[in-house]
Design a protein around this ligand. Structure first.
Ligand SMILES: [Zn+2]
Length: 260
């Protein structure tokens, strides 16, 4: 979820973090080299580009990759996906009919996805989190359900505060390939001053990532058949809007991914 404050800041931050990455790599090289083989970044990039992500929007970190500013996948998860993808794309091995590139939350979890809120999350973000849970629970004709739990051990997704002087408001993990909900939602305290109705939009949007939705205004992922090609007010648009309810396309997409 991005704040529409321009790309200049973003590129500066990206270059800065890239330099930081190189610095820390060379520092830790000796200790970590023998223990963890370098991930095959080119292979992972090829896979992500094949899934529809733009190469320019893929930023590799130490143990995860951030795509389109706010979608996170761990490198371990990505390695798993690349291995599966390579197996499926061996010459002579029949392709499955299923063309959707994203994982969604399995029936084991999707009727009650449990969110744990870190105690450091400010009250007005907590209000937005409760509102986002209520928003998704109010979608008719779907088996999808969510709740907030007090105990982290019994939760699926942890919500916590982070800080970066960058234009992402919050970011979240996609579901795991085993059908688990995205493991966390991180809120950028740089945007604690955001209007309440935009906080609500932002958290509802991030929950959309944890259940497998990509951005409606970007080309990654696969169009869910029957949903509109253009849906500017969709909650899954990557730029924050004041919350004004789900669009018909958002509701339909949810009903298709999580039928009753
Ligand atoms: Zn997003």
């Amino acid at each position: 979820m991005k704040h529409p404050s321009g790309h200049y800041t973003c590129s500066v931050i990206c270059i800065a973090s890239l330099m930081l990455l190189f610095t820390s790599c060379s520092k830790n090289d000796k200790e970590s080299k023998d223990l963890t083989p370098a991930p095959n970044v080119q292979e992972m990039t090829n896979y992500l580009v094949n899934q529809g992500f733009s190469e320019q929007q893929i930023v590799f970190g130490k143990d995860r990759v951030v795509i389109e500013s706010d979608i996170i996948i761990t490198l371990a998860e990505l390695e798993q996906r690349v291995a599966t993808w390579k197996k499926e794309h061996q010459p002579g091995v029949p392709q499955t009919e299923q063309r959707r590139g994203t994982y969604i939350v399995s029936n084991v979890y999707n009727t009650n996805i449990k969110f744990y809120i870190d105690p450091a999350v400010p009250a007005d973000w907590k209000t937005a989190i409760q509102g986002a849970v209520d928003n998704w629970n109010a979608v008719n004709g779907t088996r999808l359900g969510m709740s907030i739990v007090a105990n982290q051990a019994s939760s699926n997704t942890r919500i916590f505060m982070g800080f970066e002087n960058a234009n992402w408001i919050a970011r979240a993990y996609l579901p795991g390939s085993a059908g688990t909900p995205g493991v966390s939602v991180e809120i950028n305290s740089n945007f604690n001053g955001l209007a309440a109705n935009k906080k609500l939009f932002a958290i509802t949007h991030e929950f959309g990532h944890t259940i497998g939705f990509h951005h409606t205004n970007q080309l990654s992922g696969t169009l869910i058949p029957g949903t509109p090609n253009v849906d500017p007010n969709s909650v899954m648009n990557s730029t924050v809007l004041p919350w004004n309810g789900f669009t018909a396309g958002d509701v339909l997409a949810t009903q298709i991914l999580y039928p009753q």
